[in-house]
Design a protein around this ligand. Sequence first.
Ligand code: PMV
Length: 342
Amino acid sequence: MKTISWRCPSNIALVKYWGKTGIQLPCNPSISFTLRHAYTDMAVSYEKTTATSFSLDFLFENQPNEKFKDKIVKFIHTHWEKLNFLQGFHLHIQSTNSFPHSTGIASSASSMGALTLTLCSLEDEIKETSTPTAEFLQKASFLARLASGSACRSVYPHLAVWGATAAVAGSSDNYAVPFTAFHPIFKTYQNRILIASSKEKAVSSRAGHALMNNHPFAKVRYEQANNHLNNLVVALQTGDIEAFTDITEQEALTLHALMMNSSPSVILMQPNTLVVLDLIKEFRATTKLPIAYTLDAGPNIHLLFPQDIASQVDTWLDAVVKPYLENGRIIRDEVGEGATKF
Ligand code: PMV
């Protein structure tokens, strides 16, 4: 029996993907930071069987997990045309996350990224091919998109763009591409996830995107997202932290405003989300430090800033912000190097 293992990180969007058509095709381009410490490790052992179909067993954190197993089986069956090299094989899949559940870190991004990277390696081994790296990652990103939308951005280091945009050569709705022409300051970016609440999300990702169907502001939102993407690309290239902050924070609040304006209306922020956003603005106004926040589809705040101010920011977080967080919880992460095979 042979084993293939991949580690795939999660990502946090700066310009948000919110609204889709078809099979996870985005209604607007998005861009994200790839994280370092929040990741999924997936190991797949495989053996040839006498059966004509394929089969698998799945352990999550060393325990059988039927829900996730069913999700993988369904994914493989749905896209069998692309995955039929699995015919006649049994897979033993083991997966662990580096981060706890319900912390507002998207586990489907890292887990679906890890799964599709592993499947692409498996294809190379079974077919005895060696796909060149760029093509390999593109294929894994394509499959990750089919599995879980924004997961497609997770396979690349630092920054990745998903969705066709004239601002980024080679960009596509079908898969993410690495965004490499950025100012070096962004390689050092830190992400502190400030846990306002770890309660399960009130709205699933699927239901969330569906809120954009017939949304009264959909058209103008997609235009805004395109403009934000164009301007953010320039800010990232030139190291314009003011523009970076402005766009990133507008995106975060727009995401939540869109949900509040949806039918049915959804409010995912908690009282302490707003308290902490106020504290961030106040700290920035007094210190002039380059801190920026973003929010995912949940109540927790992702604070973004360059590494060279980390000790000042962390001291302030501990002293001032912690009391407003659930169990004083802060998760430390930073921009990472993308997925790795091990
Ligand atoms: O990939 P999904 O379906 O989980 O949607 C992700 C949606 C956001 O996290 C809110 C934005 C994004 O671009 O990651």
